[in-house]
Design a protein around this ligand. Structure first.
Ligand SMILES: *[C@@H]1O[C@H](CO)[C@@H](O)[C@H](O)[C@H]1NC(C)=O
Ligand SMILES: *[C@@H]1O[C@H](CO)[C@@H](O)[C@H](O)[C@H]1NC(C)=O
Length: 516
């Protein structure tokens, strides 16, 4: 769990006086001296690290970004939003998708597609689902991985519209090597794939505020000393990699950015067309796809009007007294899907002006050895306030289909969805538009265990709610309908027999099926 940096936590700095005003205001001379000391020590340590190996040009660039972030971390005080200044976004700054859709598509949509590149955030590992290596390489449907599905989607665009839409993967040092090995299998596909690395930043000892790393290597304990600094890093590392300039020179104007584990994040031609048909002087530089909040997503970031700009408000930025208000589904009705459409020339301009400003997320961690560290991160959507004519589009829920857990995986593997050209669509046989609520217990957390426990994926077309806990297995061709709760207490085991149909049932106790 992470939280936004609300006030500089070092006790010495805070003990003097806690100023809740703007940046820097009221920082005493003493505090300023301390801050300087921390910053200088950090810079010295970074130089020492660089001197441990040769050929560190990329790392030097990374460290420039890190220094900037660390500087802001030491300086920023007080909550980053003043609750009284928050306004509801003006009517036309969050448009319903239906209005965008109603405009229809022009003949020349291929020309618009040729100005687009698709960027997938591919820095994450599959650890939380019990998998080694990049998350994008986990199989999600018919042996297809997240990456396979993405490639199929883009290839489909090429085939249908004869359009050239490149795929760009933002890798991290954790995922780059394994991803590149896999990319070879797409050489004969009709899709151009580019990759770039996001930065590698040093984790900071929570007490000393100095790097944990003893050298630049990633081997052994020292491997734990580094982290990829969140997807807000995309702007800097995309520019630094040279790829942004390359795409601009090929006539690309927008990128569509999304998490690689969001299977609903397909290229939407209507949104693309909306962007491309704006008059040049009113070009919308940033679109955030938002969707209606349900009780399951009360923690998601939302859009507010602040200082005359659209701004992303995350729960961690909310003063404690207003957290319940923030979570309410009636006051803040929508949340960020992290599907973003961003103007490439605008990124370049803001990067060159050095005016991309994103709230710092301080993510505390405990390393294997027990050491408490913090890592400073930023989120890509937080930059929305820096762009001109930013817009929210309230899209259907189907564009937000993240697979974070095996419960999500069960849904996307089931007959609730059908797969076509790499895209999942809700089956027409389902009579309600909502997805069932699925909660699988800890025996299902790892993908391997999950797969072992289902001989085949149950029929879920009429399911509303499923809770499974304990040592439970499912035979072939089980059907689940309505609300089904299956609970095997400690020491018990429940095998749901092949062909069983459970409708509005609670199953508990012991139910063994033995081979004979
Ligand atoms: C990206 O990171 C990997 C892992 O650290 C490294 O091997 C590779 O050379 C990097 N690529 C570039 C272009 O810097
Ligand atoms: C996409 O399609 C066009 C037209 O069929 C083709 O010329 C182009 O090379 C294709 N792009 C890729 C990357 O294969």
């Amino acid at each position: 769990s992470s939280h936004i940096h609300l006030g500089f936590s070092l006790s010495l700095l805070c003990s003097v006086e806690l100023n809740r005003g703007g940046l820097n205001a009221g920082m005493t001379e003493f505090q300023e001296k301390l801050r300087q000391q921390h910053e200088n020590s950090m810079h010295q340590e970074l130089e020492k690290l660089l001197s441990t190996t040769k050929g560190v040009e990329n790392s030097r660039k990374d460290f420039e970004g890190f220094k900037h972030l660390f500087h802001r971390f030491l300086q920023v005080k007080g909550p980053s939003v003043d609750w009284a200044k928050i306004n509801r976004p003006p009517e036309d700054s969050i448009q319903p998708y239906e209005r965008i859709h109603a405009k229809g598509l022009p003949e020349a949509i291929a020309a618009s597609l040729n100005k687009l590149a698709v960027v997938k955030l591919n820095g994450g590992l599959g650890t939380s689902m019990g998998c080694k290596g990049p998350k994008s390489l986990i199989s999600v449907r018919n042996e297809n991985t997240f990456l396979d599905l993405t490639v199929q989607q883009i290839e489909h665009l090429n085939k249908t519209y004869s359009a050239d839409v490149p795929l760009v993967l933002m890798n991290s040092f954790n995922t780059d090597e394994d991803t590149k090995k896999i990319l070879q299998k797409y050489t004969h596909h009709r899709v151009k794939i580019h990759t770039f690395n996001q930065s590698r930043y040093p984790r900071i000892n929570k007490e000393s505020l100095l790097p944990v790393a003893t050298n630049m290597g990633l081997i052994g304990e020292n491997g734990e000393a580094w982290y990829p600094p969140g997807h807000g890093d995309i702007y800097t590392s995309f520019c630094n990699s040279g790829l942004l300039d390359k795409l601009l020179s090929e006539g690309k104007e927008y990128i569509f950015v999304s998490n690689i584990d969001n299977l609903g994040a397909t290229v939407d031609l209507h949104i693309l067309n909306h962007l491309m048909s704006q008059p040049a002087d009113k070009r919308c530089e940033f679109v955030m796809e938002v969707t209606d909040k349900t009780r399951a997503d009360v923690k998601g970031g939302t859009l507010i009007q602040y200082d005359n700009k659209l701004r992303l408000l995350e729960i961690a930025q909310v003063p404690k007294a207003h957290v319940d208000e923030f979570k309410s589904v009636t006051k803040f009705k929508i949340f960020n899907t992290n599907n973003l459409w961003i103007s490439l020339p605008a990124i370049k301009r803001l990067h060159e002006q050095n005016t991309l400003d994103m709230e710092i997320i301080v993510n505390p961690k405990t390393l294997d050895g027990g050491l408490n560290v913090i890592q400073l991160e930023t989120a890509v959507g937080a930059a929305i306030k820096c762009f001109d004519n930013a817009l929210g589009i309230n899209v259907p829920r189907s564009r937000f289909l993240p697979v974070k857990t095996t419960s999500d995986l069960l849904l996307v593997m089931s007959n609730l969805y059908s797969l076509e050209a790499g895209s999942l669509t809700m089956s027409e046989k389902r009579e309600f538009p909502t997805t069932p609520h699925v909660k699988l217990g800890s025996s299902f957390t790892k993908v391997q265990d999950f797969l072992r426990r289902f001989e085949s994926i149950p029929d879920m077309l009429e399911l509303d709610h499923l809770t499974v806990s304990g040592d439970v297995t499912f035979g072939k061709q089980v059907a689940l309908k309505g609300t089904v709760i299956i609970i095997a207490n400690h020491g018990d085991r429940i095998d749901i027999p092949a062909g069983a149909m459970l409708e509005n049932k609670i199953v508990s106790g012991n139910l063994r099926i033995l081979d004979h």
